[in-house]
Design a protein around this ligand. Structure first.
Ligand code: PBG
Length: 329
């Protein structure tokens, strides 16, 4: 007996598809996916976004048709970004009731009342300079002067019927300002998803083409977090919760799986979203288009890893594909 090898046969649980499936610790579900889309005013518009294959800038009618299709595959949460008709220095079109986001929200809630509609609340798509807040005469982003503008935008989204507003400007106090604005305008039921720990990331490149939101000078490092930080992410999340956020978020997802895990453990009980951002999407798309990677396999692996790290919700441009893949399994 003493000469016999002693070891555990861990491979037993890997041998067949069936046994692997039965023992899977992390299983994606379509109910965890949020689909981000880009809307613009008009009708019949479906403009491809070069840097994001298979994603489009759409008019509200086209967006609605697309959402009716994906809703039938189980996707029931959408995140809206708007490309406005006009931009100015203070992003005033962000709170225009007739702009693309507000119009699309009304159409979706009318035709698909079960769809949870989340709206991105930021100024970068609406300002001529492309920064997420208004500027001081010296060209700095003015935190406190931005807060009421973000609150106005959020209230206009809630007026249109948005279920959840999601501030992504990374201004201190933005969740509190929006919560107060919602309460004062009779929208006590409207929820807030804070982009709590949002990093100044190189992986937003393709999005800025999609949303026309590239800063015209400088970058966003004075308001978005540095990728060197993890403790600070916990402080950002704590602040959002104290200010009234219903959902918290880590963004991007893949280079920040450790932050997702830490947030899930530190703030257990608060629903945690992770944003699988444009650069993460387009990297897989580009490699797959070259035949260097298997798109379905790589995307499924990445989405599963984000859930395994601790995310309750995953915001991803792969949402419609993932819903189809899950249904096929
Ligand atoms: C706007 C905003 C950005 C993203 C979401 N909201 C861009 C940015 O901060 O520059 C990025 C989303 C993505 O890359 O998919 N504040």
């Amino acid at each position: 007996m003493s000469n016999e090898l002693q070891f555990t046969r861990l491979r037993h649980l890997r041998e067949t598809d069936e046994v692997r499936r039965k023992n899977a610790e992390t299983v994606l579900d379509v109910s965890e996916l949020v689909y981000p889309i880009f809307v613009t005013l008009g009708s019949g518009i479906k403009r491809p976004i070069d840097a994001m294959p298979e994603q489009f800038q759409m008019s509200p009618d086209v967006a609605l048709k697309l959402l009716e299709g994906v809703h039938s595959t189980g996707i029931d949460k959408v995140l809206l970004f708007g490309l406005p008709e006009r931009k100015d220095s203070i992003g005033s079109s962000a709170s225009d009731a007739d702009e693309a986001v507000q119009s699309t929200v009304r159409q979706i809630k009318h035709a698909l009342p079960d769809m949870t509609v989340i709206t991105d609340v930021c100024l970068c798509e609406y300002t001529e300079h492309g920064h997420c807040g208004v500027l001081t005469p010296e060209g700095q982003v003015d935190n406190d002067a931005t807060l009421s503008l973000l609150a106005n935008a959020a209230v206009s989204h809630a007026d249109a019927g948005a279920d959840i507003v999601a501030p992504s400007a990374m201004m201190d106090g933005q969740v509190a300002a929006i919560r107060a604005g919602l309460e004062q305008s009779g929208h006590s039921d409207t929820q807030i998803m804070g982009y709590s720990a949002k990093y100044a990331s190189n992986f937003y490149g393709p999005f800025r083409e999609a949303a026309g939101s590239t800063p015209q000078f400088g970058d966003r490092r004075s308001y978005q977090m540095a990728f060197t930080q993890s403790d600070e992410a916990m402080l950002e999340i704590e602040a959002d919760i104290a200010e009234g956020a219903d959902y918290i978020m880590v963004k991007p997802a893949l280079a920040y799986l450790d932050v997702i895990r830490r947030a899930a453990e530190t703030f257990a009980g608060k629903p945690l979203a992770a944003y699988n951002v444009s650069g993460e999407y387009s990297s897989i798309k580009a490699a797959a288009a070259n035949g260097w990677i298997d798109e379905r396999g790589a995307a499924t692996e990445v989405l599963t890893a984000i859930k395994r790290a601790g995310a309750d919700l995953i915001i991803t441009y792969f949402a419609p594909d993932a819903a189809r893949w899950l249904a096929e399994q």
